[in-house]
Design a protein around this ligand. Structure first.
Ligand code: MSP
Length: 504
């Protein structure tokens, strides 16, 4: 089976902030986990370059747009890498392969009779690149960005979205898990049921974008250029290979709630019109909030993810993102919570447990883990199933909590069994063996369960325990620990940070 996950493609009018890192982290956790379970995975991310605001950002800096793009794309390419996310392809909408695909895509819609010409007179919010009717504005401002939209009046090509209402409702009725979580499904479905207005798929007199094949004086509206990236990438990501037949039926889009309508309504309709199947699933997540405002560059509260990584490391940032806010819900972020979680959970709960366990194996058993049974075996067995089920449901936060409850269990276990006391009594040697084995075997299984979240730390734990580096999910099971040799007291996995608030 294949497992294909996409992130939205990010607008490159400025550098990345922690909100963008959020989707990329979540996508990478899903993909890494499925790979552990033997799936053929593909992770797509990239950048959305043909937005008007991107063009304007270039203008403001006095740069030719392509020159601007080549500079700004650097931190965007760096972002997944620094987060330890491993995209299989990084798409740029200025790629020739993408441009050619979009022209073909819109031509199919045109040939299908779903395009007509009209005059668009209305509001356009450049910040979210969306058209708004009078009644959608809130106090005259864009409902999402709370800024005054621009008034535009121009000849445009329109897509007959209204003609797709019944087909979309049918799709939603046939596939109750098409959009997740369920409250987002309901939101999308009731938007469709409320009646659909045709929308403009082109912009006139724009210097920036992909010209329409039947009228080169117009460029594709940025969303009609951006959404097809999920398909276009599959046509040229691998030289001479068309990945669509295997991957497209397995496509899962992750997106923030602000772009629900584009993804859950416009996109399936455009696909149906162009003669493509719709994706398998869309998962809509909430926003990271600082106070009650969405984090964004324009709101002046952006938090540079690269700086957070410099201070805490990618694993800690991934852990915090997955753990702090239930994935799928809106959250409020206190930035010092990253320092707190780093110290208390990663440093104490996990890091110290690894240090203590390896130190005791070294000291009491000469660096070799004795053969015995895992007393918490049942818990580990249950963990494998419950984590897998939760990740399948995109509940990366719940899955991590399941894992952490076993981390806490092992900590309780070490306090209850007191191996340091057992070591003093030769008559209790078997008990000590069993205790050390339970700890070592439990940590080994936990490391594998955590590998999708902590891709750097997990192999370090396995190495500290002298275990093979395989991350296969079937090894999240008790009793699979080999004796290991030369196990020595491990260095702290999450060393203390002297100025934890440096980035915050
Ligand atoms: N370019 C469009 C997407 C096109 S996809 C075919 C776009 N770009 S964006 O850069 O503005 O946003 C990309 C994603 O980042 C969205 O899913 C958005 O919800 C997410 N986030 C931006 N700020 C965020 C937070 N503060 N918190 C969580 N996610 C946030 O929209």
């Amino acid at each position: 089976m294949s497992f294909y996950v996409t992130t939205p493609i990010y607008y490159v009018n400025s550098t990345p902030h922690i909100g963008h890192a959020y989707t990329t982290i979540a996508a990478d956790i899903l993909v890494r986990h499925q790979r552990q379970r033997g799936e053929e995975t593909f992770l797509l991310t990239g950048v959305d370059e043909h937005a008007s605001k991107v063009y304007r950002a270039a203008e403001e800096q006095g740069l030719d747009p392509y020159e601007y793009l080549d500079q700004i794309v650097v931190p965007w390419r760096e972002l997944p890498e620094r987060l330890d996310a491993r995209p299989d392809f990084f798409i740029r909408t200025s790629d020739d392969g993408h441009k050619a695909f979009v022209r073909d895509f819109v031509q199919r819609i045109y040939d299908n009779g779903d395009v007509y010409e009209d005059v668009y007179a209305g509001h356009y919010c450049v910040r979210c690149e969306a058209f708004y009717a009078d009644e959608e504005l809130v106090d005259g401002n864009c409902p999402i960005d709370d800024v005054a939209p621009e008034w535009i009046e121009e000849k445009n090509y329109f897509f007959r979205l209204s003609a797709y209402q019944d087909r979309l409702l049918q799709l939603y009725d046939d596939r109750p898990d098409f959009v997740l979580p369920a409250f987002r499904y309901n939101e999308a479905r009731s938007f469709i049921a409320g009646g659909l207005k045709d929308f403009s798929i082109s912009r006139a007199g724009q210097p920036w974008g992909i010209p329409l094949p039947w009228d080169e004086s117009q460029v594709a509206y940025v969303w009609v250029d951006a959404l097809p990236n999920y398909l276009s990438a599959l046509t040229y990501a691998r030289d001479g290979e068309d990945l669509r037949p295997t991957l497209w039926p397995e496509a899962r889009h992750l997106l923030g709630k602000d772009i629900l309508r584009f993804h859950c309504v416009y996109w399936p309709a455009l696909l149906l019109s162009a003669g493509y199947d719709v994706p398998k699933q869309l998962f809509v997540h909430g926003w990271l909030l600082l106070g009650d405002r969405k984090i964004s560059k324009s709101a002046g509260n952006a938090v540079d993810p690269l700086e957070l990584i410099d201070v805490y490391g990618a694993d800690a940032v991934r852990f915090w993102a997955a753990r702090s806010i239930s994935f799928g819900q809106d959250g409020a972020v206190a930035l010092d919570s990253i320092a707190e979680r780093y110290e208390r959970e990663l440093g104490n709960d996990l890091g110290n447990l690894v240090s203590r366990t390896t130190a005791m194996i070294a000291r009491y058993r000469g660096g070799v883990l004795p053969e015995s049974q895992n007393e918490l075996g049942e818990e580990i067995r249950r963990l494998a199933d419950s984590v897998a089920a939760r990740v399948d449901a995109y509940d990366i936060t719940g899955a991590l909590e399941e894992i952490w409850s076993v981390v806490r269990s092992l900590n309780r276990y070490v306090e209850q069994t007191r191996p340091w006391a057992l070591a003093k009594d030769p008559a209790r040697s078997d008990d000590l063996d069993r205790t050390l084995y339970t700890l070592g075997d439990g940590l080994r299984a936990l490391a594998i369960a955590l590998a999708a979240y902590l891709p750097r730390t997990a192999p370090e734990i396995l190495a500290a325990l002298g275990q093979p580096d395989s991350l296969a999910w079937e090894n999240v099971a008790p009793g699979r620990t080999t004796p290991g040799t030369n196990i020595a007291a491990a260095d702290p996995l999450f060393p203390r940070i002297e100025t934890p608030t440096a980035a915050a």
